[in-house]
Design a protein around this ligand. Structure first.
Ligand SMILES: [Zn+2]
Length: 444
């Protein structure tokens, strides 16, 4: 008897959409085969009825230590990154280990309910006691049976421009961070910015860690630390183990420099993370009209072969007052913000919160729907990734290491319509723009 059987699901991204059965035992995908009505002894059976089987969402960029602190001790009224950093500096003085753990775990519960099973969280290490880092290291261990958490040692107030910044980043690596961060555009001088990237890369190389820098998160066309980060990634061989997050200055770069940068980023192998919710909100605040969007060049960089993921970034904190930890919402806003709205581009936006984000986190064979891999997946009541993004469906089932950890019935609205009573289920149409169809109404 196996632990779990999923009957008649369609795998997202598979070339033919023939339904499959998936067998799971001891936390691992045992078998994937054509859907069949043959009896298979299983402790739990889930009838997928043609729903989309997808690897889970991957959150490549969030700040769990700051989440749920919006308005404490005061609101960020200007809506700028800079006032956010000032508000956080005041809130940071009130941090306790329990405070961080409670807020981080609450957000992780929201994310798991939304189908997110891999999370990369930055944690501010410009705190001499490293209280939030220790708290998140404890959370990483507490939640590991459900969600894999990667922790980035993030120097919010700088490495070179903050007292003992270099020592703190080294200490964070020794205490067990997975990834080394940086914030070169925030450093006092350009030289400090370059030096901070070199320090982050050096710490990562010595400790065998990855690098994920907040890089050029400013509407300043002169902010070009991404070329430093990419060059260091190339020369040290860290390559795809390096990520440039935000890179919003790219939205202000001229065409000649953008072309040069495409080539460098493609050769370097680094990943980009675009955070559309937060950067649409934060950037352009100093502009008159026309007002910049303040986002990296997603369409052009994807075209050049650079891996890009979408991240949520903040949830109800000094930098962003909204958010529910829902990756499909990030994909929808990202599609609009980056104008990736052709059917194949919307499917790409779905990949930017699944496969592409998994690549940025270097998850390798720990991720994906394939025999022998950990049984982490979700069922989406949708025709296709395009359909899932358009209708913003929530997963009907989320399975982590072979265990059903979240489930939700479809949302239906009863309509009293002239001439007929109807039930509207999640705005389904029988055919979507990407060409996928339901086999019959019974599939829904
Ligand atoms: Zn961030």
């Amino acid at each position: 008897m196996i632990d779990l059987l999923i009957r008649s699901a369609r795998i997202a991204g598979s070339p033919d959409s023939a339904p499959v059965d998936l067998q799971v035992d001891r936390g691992v995908i045992l078998e994937i085969g054509p859907a069949s009505s043959d009896p298979v002894p299983a402790r739990t059976i889930i009838e997928a009825r043609g729903a989309l089987l997808s690897a889970p969402y991957v959150e490549p960029h969030i700040h769990l230590d700051t989440a749920l602190t919006a308005g404490e001790p005061r609101w960020n009224v200007s809506g700028t990154l800079w006032e956010g950093i000032a508000c956080w500096s005041e809130r940071k003085a009130l941090l306790s280990r329990k405070d961080v753990i409670d807020r981080a775990e609450e957000i992780l519960r929201w994310q798991v309910a939304n189908g997110v099973l891999f999370v990369r969280s930055h944690v501010d290490v410009t705190d001499p006691k490293l209280e939030a880092l220790d708290a998140l290291l404890e959370v990483r261990d507490r939640v590991k049976e459900v969600v894999e958490l990667q922790i980035v040692a993030f120097p919010q107030e700088g490495i070179c421009s903050f007292p003992d910044g270099e020592k703190l980043i080294e200490e964070a690596a020794q205490r067990g961070a997975d990834v080394v961060g940086a914030i070169p555009h925030f450093e006092d001088t350009r030289e400090d910015g370059v030096r901070s990237v070199e320090i982050a890369i050096d710490v990562a190389v010595r400790h065998g860690l990855m690098v994920d820098a907040h890089c050029d998160e400013i509407d300043d066309e002169q902010s070009r630390f991404i070329e430093v980060l990419a060059t260091q990634a190339l020369r040290t061989g860290l390559r795809e183990r390096v990520t440039a997050s935000h890179a919003t200055a790219m939205g202000s770069y001229n065409a000649a420099y953008s072309y040069k940068l495409q080539r460098l980023l493609q050769r370097s192998g680094i990943n980009l993370v675009c955070n559309p919710l937060v950067n649409l909100h934060l950037q352009g605040r100093f502009d008159g009209y026309p007002k910049r969007r303040g986002l990296l060049q997603a369409k052009e960089m994807l075209g050049a072969g650079v891996n890009i993921a979408f991240g949520h970034d903040d949830i109800m904190d000094p930098w962003y007052p909204l958010g529910t930890g829902n990756s499909i919402q990030v994909a929808l806003v990202g599609a609009h913000a980056t104008q990736l709205t052709a059917p194949s581009e919307v499917e790409e936006c779905f990949r930017m919160v699944t496969d592409r984000a998994a690549a940025a986190l270097c998850l390798g064979e720990r991720y994906g729907i394939a025999r022998g891999r950990p049984a982490n997946f979700m069922l989406l009541p949708a025709l296709s990734p395009f359909d899932a993004v358009r209708r913003q469906v929530r997963p009907s089932h989320v399975v982590a290491h072979g265990r059903l950890v979240a489930s939700a019935p479809p949302a239906a609205t009863k309509l009293d319509w002239p001439g007929r009573d109807t039930e509207l289920v999640d705005h389904i149409r029988l055919r979507d723009a990407a060409g996928a169809t339901w086999r019959d109404r019974g599939d829904v």
